[in-house]
Design a protein around this ligand. Structure first.
Ligand SMILES: Cc1cc2nc3c(=O)[nH]c(=O)nc-3n(C[C@H](O)[C@H](O)[C@H](O)COP(=O)(O)OP(=O)(O)OC[C@H]3O[C@@H](n4cnc5c(N)ncnc54)[C@H](O)[C@@H]3O)c2cc1C
Ligand SMILES: *[C@@H]1O[C@H](CO)[C@@H](O)[C@H](O)[C@H]1NC(C)=O
Ligand SMILES: *[C@@H]1O[C@H](CO)[C@@H](O)[C@H](O)[C@H]1NC(C)=O
Ligand SMILES: *[C@@H]1O[C@H](CO)[C@@H](O)[C@H](O)[C@H]1NC(C)=O
Ligand SMILES: *[C@@H]1O[C@H](CO)[C@@H](O)[C@H](O)[C@H]1NC(C)=O
Ligand SMILES: *[C@@H]1O[C@H](CO)[C@@H](O)[C@H](O)[C@H]1NC(C)=O
Length: 534
């Protein structure tokens, strides 16, 4: 004990010395990391070689890169963790938190690794080394058919979740995003929007319990964490409050047959007029009918694809379309009937054509270089403006994914969960820039392109604040700076875009459960104390 204390003091002196000398490096050989490794290997006594991975280990790069989805954050310049911990049990997660706190390292928490800005596995702060806790191995899904619930661990993918539910029942599903390689941990803690949202709301709206490791290293469930923290982790963005191990979710009913279609239209085929009409009714169709709009530049013109999912047969769908949306020009031959689980494969476009079994194989979404942004639209955009927008996208090589709100999304109160974009929102736009070439210049060019279109979109989208979706993470909105030095008021500038009035409550919860701001990163929620500076 005396010896340990002494080591700790020595380490602290070393930290202070190296900081003041200005040669503090974020590599694994720094004293804090040595202290951390000592701490964690003592706590994880059995067989820790597969659990604790240092840059000296041959598996380090493979494990680090395994779920990096955005190649922009997989370059030699990308800051890398001093160590990677891949817990096999909840106690390993507890030990990781306890040892990180003690050694004053930052922590990055990764479930599926799909964060648009890489915040689950890298850092932009050259002054503070970090370790990565990768929940990849914690991915069980336990379905309870009697009460139509499941416990799902954060490291499971959305594909695994859907697959294991479907193995128990073909009449149950879960509302979440379409890309099946996305991780449960990040997705549920940031909201989780998908084809069932108009019927059942977000993933986060259907969470009924959770297990979280707090900054003290204790495991809390809904009862012991209390309703404020339970509220915050259902959409407040992951990783500001603790490590969420597992989620209890309500499963929802799906019919034995659903109908899908994917209908591309060119501008000659009146695509713009159809999108215009869609703006008025996409959010107001029956809750059973979801149809989004994907805008893709194709050589010299734009292609507009309407993707539909209907919770019923094609005959019922045709009745609804003919009644409400004949302009779509959908024919019964465009429609494909299938089971719910087959539609999950169909909608996760990169898996299209594969068997349902592929869902449990954790097949990664194609890795490329990406930059994303998002907007909410509350008033239909004039048709002439839509034409202009297509031109901008064509010039800049930009894709848009436009997803309807309405239905259940509008019924849920703005403050019921941290996700505030409810009634009054017609749809969310996701701007997607992707490219294949590495390099600083091409990155600058592509990022400048997407920012130009975003700038020109200002008149057509939500204002005061200009709203954004936290799961479509965008560091252009603002960051916390080195060692999370930003104040509450500075952070509120980006915080209200993601959370509107809920940002303040999130910051107050943060002040209660993580007052020293240990769980901090570029866009973590800053702590706010009631009697404090605000
Ligand atoms: C191809 C693609 C398609 C997508 N489609 C959709 C869609 O249809 N709908 C939608 O809503 N979103 C979609 N997204 C966005 C996606 O929901 C978010 O990126 C989500 O946060 C990813 O979760 P993850 O576990 O894979 O990410 P990670 O990168 O692992 O984590 C994301 C954030 O959550 C934190 N975090 C992760 N796990 C935990 C945990 N267990 N405890 C605490 N914090 C944690 C991380 O630290 C990080 O800050 C898509 C993303 C991609 C790349
Ligand atoms: C340790 O891990 C290795 C590799 O996974 C395994 O073969 C071995 O049986 C494990 N040993 C113990 C004691 O668990
Ligand atoms: C990594 O290897 C170097 C060189 O062999 C050694 O000095 C260092 O202590 C090792 N670090 C760890 C964390 O094992
Ligand atoms: C859809 O429009 C009808 C009237 O056309 C209205 O009564 C209803 O409330 C709308 N529903 C939604 C979800 O906006
Ligand atoms: C996109 O362009 C390619 C090549 O010009 C063409 O073959 C294809 O049919 C186009 N796609 C659509 C949907 O128009
Ligand atoms: C973490 O949880 C434990 C057990 O409930 C509690 O005693 C402790 O105060 C919590 N830590 C914080 C910082 O809230």
């Amino acid at each position: 004990m005396v010896l340990k204390l002494f080591t700790y003091k020595l380490v602290s002196i070393l930290i202070i010395t190296s900081l003041s000398l200005g040669f503090f490096s974020s590599t694994y050989s720094n004293p804090t990391s040595v202290y951390f490794l000592d701490c964690i290997s003592h706590r994880i006594s059995s067989n820790f070689s597969n659990i604790i991975i240092t840059p000296n280990d041959t598996s380090y790069s493979t494990v680090l890169q395994s779920t990096i989805q955005n190649l922009r954050f997989d370059t030699p310049e990308t800051l890398k963790p001093s160590a990677i911990i891949t817990p096999l049990s909840y106690s390993h997660v507890q030990s990781t938190v306890i040892c990180s706190v003690k050694s004053r390292l930052q922590i990055r928490i990764r479930s599926g690794g799909h964060d648009y800005e890489g915040l689950s596995f890298t850092s932009f702060d050259h002054t503070t080394p970090f370790i990565l806790v990768d929940l990849n191995q914690l991915r069980s899904v336990t379905v309870d058919l009697d009460d139509k619930t499941a416990w799902v661990e954060s490291g499971a993918t959305l594909g695994e979740l859907a697959y294991w539910v479907s193995q128990k029942s073909n009449l149950l599903g879960f509302p979440n995003g379409e890309c099946t390689s996305v991780g449960v941990g990040g997705h549920l803690s940031g909201g989780g929007y998908g084809v069932l949202a108009r019927k059942y709301g977000l993933s986060a709206d259907n969470v009924i319990d959770a297990l979280i490791v707090n900054v003290t290293g204790q495991i809390l469930d809904r009862d012991s964490m209390g309703e404020d923290l339970f509220w915050a982790i259902r959409g407040g963005g992951g990783a500001s409050f603790g490590v969420i191990l597992s989620w209890k979710i309500n499963l929802v009913s799906v019919p034995p047959k659903v109908t899908v279609f994917s209908l591309p239209k060119t501008l000659d085929q009146a695509a713009t007029q159809v999108v215009n009409k869609w703006q008025y009714i996409g959010h107001n169709l029956s809750d059973d009918f979801f149809t989004n709009v994907i805008i893709t530049p194709n050589t010299s013109t734009m292609v507009v694809t309407f993707n539909g999912l209907f919770l019923g047969t094609s005959v019922e769908l045709m009745t609804e379309v003919n009644d409400r949306f004949p302009e779509l020009g959908l024919r019964e031959t465009d429609c494909i009937e299938m089971s719910w689980i087959e539609s999950v494969v169909y909608y996760s476009v990169y898996l299209r054509g594969q068997s349902v079994e592929a869902l449990k194989e954790r097949i990664p979404w194609p890795k490329r270089y990406y930059k994303y942004k998002s907007d909410y639209v509350q008033k239909p955009i004039p048709e002439e403006a839509l034409e202009e927008i297509w031109k901008w996208c064509l010039e800049e090589g930009l894709n848009l994914a436009i997803e309807p709100h309405g239905g259940r999304m509008s019924e849920i109160d703005e403050s019921a969960t941290p996700y505030p974009h409810r009634e009054g929102n017609l749809y969310v736009i996701q701007y997607v820039m992707r490219w294949n070439e590495e390099g600083f210049d091409v990155t600058e060019k592509k990022v400048a392109s997407i920012r130009r279109v975003y700038e020109k979109m200002t008149p057509f989208v939500s204002k005061n604040p200009r709203e954004a979706y936290v799961n479509f993470r965008d560091l252009d909105l603002g960051t916390n700076g080195n060692a999370c030095s930003t104040s509450y008021l500075q952070a509120a500038r980006w915080g209200i875009k993601y959370f509107k009035g809920n940002f303040r409550r999130l910051a107050m919860v943060k002040g209660k459960v993580d007052p020293t701001n240990f769980f901090c990163y570029e866009q973590s929620i800053p702590p706010l104390f009631l009697s404090g500076s605000f």
